[in-house]
Design a protein around this ligand. Structure first.
Ligand SMILES: Cc1ncc(COP(=O)(O)O)c(C=O)c1O
Length: 392
């Protein structure tokens, strides 16, 4: 029986997009996964988490297994606030909401701030999961191009001027990944960051800063937009997914107290005391400030290895930029259709993510693809690039 008729019209409309996760197809056995934005296996602190969980249970017995009341879980917000402070983000307990990763944070922000009349501005390309989440709440998504300095703030401003002159809706929210963007790896320059904050004030919108990769810099770490925000217009999203492990599902929102209250209202999962307690125990033994130094060095070596392989194997019609942090390199291929090419690439033994998945507008990014240097071992990375180069 088909019970989809019970799905309200708005839900059916949301489902018109590619099925969730379409960009991660089943991979044939042995296929080299240059598609995945996963941390490197050797950088996941699995044994330390065993230890931290044992510490939690040995010191608190049944407490973490109830709805609330684990002292360690309650200590997690302070550990996160401390790290935010080290990154020049001044925040107190009422500015912070712990979430199940930044995906839940994105969904809560979208739920609270977006209805069918809200226009949301995004980067083109941008993180595909965020696009899916926004599409669940509004059709009014507009995208602005990205260049070597991240979001092209001039193009954004020109459109704002045009919209104001033409009495068209001004975006209520700008979603940006200003540091080591997924998928392009680019970083919004300091001048552009300042300009964005001015524009938010001038045109009265909020900025949703997704800082999933902000800690993973290979040179001077960029200053988060939230650290430059003196008007409270920036909603900052952070996550342990890339700096500890994604399976923990720990992220957070930093915003003004009234907004945090609104986001909290829609968060009905009651938290995850066992995980939050274990993670707090872990962070007490290995502070993020120390851990990120190791990660930066490790991922910089991985980036360099992939760049070397790209230079060695890729034909002239393929171009890319060097990212200063994060997990990704974005390739542009003259006269290619990377989505159509993917089945052949998988059959050849290498997976990537086609560029079109990162765009709101159909058809854009057809000649681009995202590679990740974060996950596979060095030998497979080189082999994967060689196979892909052969195909291109
Ligand atoms: C830009 C960006 N934001 C958010 C996320 C999701 O993070 P989380 O695992 O914390 O939900 C990712 C993961 O790939 C990402 O690339």
């Amino acid at each position: 029986m088909d019970y989809t008729r019970f799905l309200p019209a708005a839900v059916q409309a949301a489902l018109r997009f590619d099925p969730p996760g379409a960009w991660i197809p089943e991979l044939p056995p042995g296929c080299i996964r240059l598609s995945a934005g996963y941390p490197a296996a050797e950088l996941v602190p699995a044994q330390q988490m065993v230890q931290a969980t044992a510490n939690l249970v040995n010191s608190e017995y049944d407490l973490p297994f109830h709805y609330a009341g684990s002292p360690a879980a309650m200590a997690l917000p302070n550990l996160i606030l401390q790290r935010l402070m080290e990154r020049q983000i001044q925040a107190a307990a009422d500015n912070l909401l712990i979430t199940a990763g930044s995906c839940q944070a994105l969904d809560l922000v979208a739920h609270a701030l977006i209805d069918g009349t809200t226009t949301v501005a995004v980067e083109g390309p941008t993180y595909m999961e965020a696009l899916e989440i926004f599409h669940n709440y509004t059709d009014r998504v507009v995208s602005y191009p990205v260049d070597g300095e991240g979001l092209q703030v001039d193009a954004f401003e020109e459109d704002l001027i045009r919209r104001r002159a033409g009495n068209q809706p001004i975006p209520g929210l700008l979603y940006t990944i200003p540091s080591f963007q997924n998928p392009t790896g680019t970083t919004v320059s300091l001048d552009r960051r300042r300009r964005l904050l001015d524009l938010a004030q001038e045109y009265d919108f909020l900025i949703l800063e997704d800082d999933a990769y902000g800690e993973l810099s290979f040179a001077k770490p960029p200053i988060p937009l939230k650290a430059m925000d003196d008007s409270g217009r920036v909603i900052h999203l952070g996550s342990l997914s890339k700096v500890v492990a994604p399976g923990l599902r720990i992220g957070w929102i930093v915003a003004s107290p009234k907004l945090v209250e609104a986001f909290s209202w829609f968060k009905k999962d009651l938290g995850h005391p066992v995980t939050e307690g274990a993670v707090a125990k872990y962070l007490e033994s290995e502070p993020l400030s120390a851990r990120v130094l190791t990660l930066r060095e490790a991922y910089r070596k991985r980036r360099d290895h992939m760049l070397q392989a790209l230079r060695r194997y890729m034909p002239d019609r393929v171009s890319w930029r060097t990212p200063d942090g994060g997990f990704f390199i974005w390739l542009e291929v003259e006269n290619a259709d990377t989505k159509a090419l993917l089945p052949r690439s998988l059959a050849t033994g290498v997976a990537y993510v086609p560029g079109t998945y990162f765009y709101h507008e159909p058809g854009q990014g057809a000649n681009a693809l995202r590679l990740s240097f974060s996950h596979v071992d060095f030998q497979s990375m080189e082999k994967g690039v060689e196979l892909l180069a052969g195909l291109l």
